[in-house]
Design a protein around this ligand. Sequence first.
Ligand SMILES: [Mg+2]
Length: 221
Amino acid sequence: MGYTVSGIMITHILFDLDNTLYSARFGLEEATSDRIRAFTSEWLGVSPEEAAVMRGEAIKKYGTTAEWLTAEKGLRDMEAYYRIIHPPGEADSLLPDPGLRPFLESLPCPLAILTNSPPVHARRILDKLGIRDLFPRVFDIKENGFRGKPRPESYRHALDALGAGPGTVLFVDDTPRYVEGYLALEDGAKGVLFDELGLYPDWTHRRIRELGELRTYLFES
Ligand SMILES: [Mg+2]
């Protein structure tokens, strides 16, 4: 089962979660980033400004801050880290999106999620949006051994589980380097940048400004 994109069959759509299935305008991910910055500053015993500079450099080498802190700065208890970064009320500011569920249900192939966040966060967000049942597979950071996008193995794990390849699984993410990581898997990989706020005018690959544009993409010939 699947639909044709420029002559290529699409069998699944693999979505990022944060700032992709809900709007960046809710500020949810920004709040998460604030907590990560505060934690990093405290963990390293440096000012928030210094921590931000160090993190900015390190993140080029690692998929996530947690990965960096684990590899180089002695962080060991990932569960405790994620409990701080993702507190129970983190999804409170997220409002229902009445159009989201019908839209997702209208898509012509099975859906899955690949996120660099832990399972508890994914569950909270999907429950709040009322769409958890639409994603039989959620590939989270724990499932990926805390080594997430843009590592090739994080995408490969999801693709293997779906029984498909990057040429037939359409990947959608709001972070350019995560889409680039997917596109780098092989020639013909199907990755789309969700650039809701128009932050990346220089992006040279496929880009959408609204999730609804995916339908156009899926049905174009
Ligand atoms: Mg995202």
